[in-house]
Design a protein around this ligand. Structure first.
Ligand code: MG
Length: 378
């Protein structure tokens, strides 16, 4: 069922370090290359830490909000469904989805912005590049190499965007940014699945936290039209069910539009191989009308949720924690655990950034307390 222009594991550009092929059962490898990639991601320490890292709400604010782990699972679920419809490689799509946020700092975007500001004079910090750094270098689980030694296709999928300056430092996966080429359709699909997932779950979490209201959301076409459908079908529906019924219709609408528009683009261009995909413009897309509705929802969330004063207050605290940790470790490298001190010998700012980026929300809060509260011992 795999399309000729999908990523085929047997045609993979491969891994940096050669490894023995998977054992055969009845003449077929027990797992294809992309399944092995996905499995390595699931077993990594960075993946487990996603449970205690947040998107919008800080981990301790409530047990029902999305974390980076549940977000990544939602992205994987959406991306796999879309990949199957488009006859793309599901395992690769799933792997990219599960890995796409591995490089995120604690405290969501506030954390990343603060760390980027601290790193300004030292090459900056970008979560997307950090995700690649985690799978290429920072995971130490194998005897023969650093990182997870993932396939080119998985790594290409992680690197969603990248400046030309950084692309030059990245070798193979950086090339497409210099040559202005596209990634696989599996990578393109995962980007959209990410966006569909977070816009919709942020509506859900935003309503649950009461930082945004249904009244406000009535102004947003995508929400309003789907809520109207639910209400006409179920006039007496209780609020608790109205919200998820509306959100699942929003997600459906976006996914169906994405699949239809992408199939049209594929039919027009008639790509034969993944190389055709790499040389074509991005083919995964929403229709113009849906892109507009999706954009309106994004803008709404940016204004009303991500910049709600209560979120700003938490973001300001998060920024302060990241800055103070960074400066403490820069001033005195001996405050870091031994393995991070060793890494600091080559490049102290980068080692500090790696240590901080790897922290969960609660670990960063505890580490800050250990360093700055006199009544804490270590
Ligand atoms: Mg994401």
């Amino acid at each position: 069922m795999l399309a000729s222009y999908a990523a085929h594991p047997e045609q993979s550009i491969g891994r940096k370090f050669n490894e023995p092929a998977a054992p055969l059962i009845n003449g077929a490898p027990i797992r294809n290359l992309f399944q092995r990639d996905r499995d390595r991601i699931i077993h990594s320490t960075a993946f487990r830490r996603l449970e205690y890292k947040t998107q919008v709400f800080v981990n301790h604010e409530g047990d029902l909000f999305r974390t980076r782990l549940t977000h990544s699972l939602e992205v994987a679920q959406l991306a796999r469904g879309i990949a199957r419809t488009l006859h793309l490689h599901e395992d690769l799509t799933e792997g990219i989805a599960l890995a796409h946020d591995l490089g995120h700092t604690p405290f969501g975007h506030a954390g990343q912005d603060a760390l980027n500001a601290c790193m300004r004079a030292h090459g900056g910090f970008e979560h997307n590049l950090q995700s690649l750094r985690v799978v290429d270098m920072l995971e130490n689980r194998y005897a023969e190499f650093d990182g997870l030694n993932l396939t080119f296709e998985l790594r290409e999928g992680i690197l969603k965007h990248c400046s030309i300056k950084n692309a030059r430092l990245l070798g193979d996966v950086g090339e497409r940014f210099i040559k202005k080429q596209s990634p696989s359709l599996e990578a393109q699909v995962t980007n959209f699945a990410d966006e569909i997932a977070y816009n919709n779950h942020d509506v859900d979490d935003g309503l649950r936290s009461q930082l945004i209201t249904i009244e406000q959301l009535k102004e947003i076409e995508l929400f309003a039209e789907n809520m109207a459908v639910v209400k006409s079908q179920y006039p007496n529906i209780e609020l608790k069910r109205l919200i998820p019924e509306t959100i699942r219709r929003m997600i459906n609408q976006l996914v169906i539009d994405l699949c239809e528009t992408t199939l049209e683009n594929i039919q027009q261009l008639k790509p034969q191989t993944i190389e055709d995909i790499r040389h074509a413009p991005y083919l995964v897309a929403f229709s113009e009308a849906t892109a507009k509705k999706n954009q309106a929802l994004k803008q709404f969330l940016r204004k009303n949720l991500y910049h709600h004063y209560k979120v700003n207050r938490m973001s300001a605290k998060a920024e302060r924690i990241i800055q103070e940790l960074f400066h403490a470790f820069m001033q005195n490298v001996e405050l870091m655990p031994d393995e991070h001190q060793a890494a600091a010998k080559a490049d102290q700012p980068r080692a500090v950034a790696d240590y901080i980026a790897g922290m969960t929300d609660r670990f960063a809060i505890r580490e800050h307390r250990r360093l700055f509260a006199v009544e804490e011992y270590f």
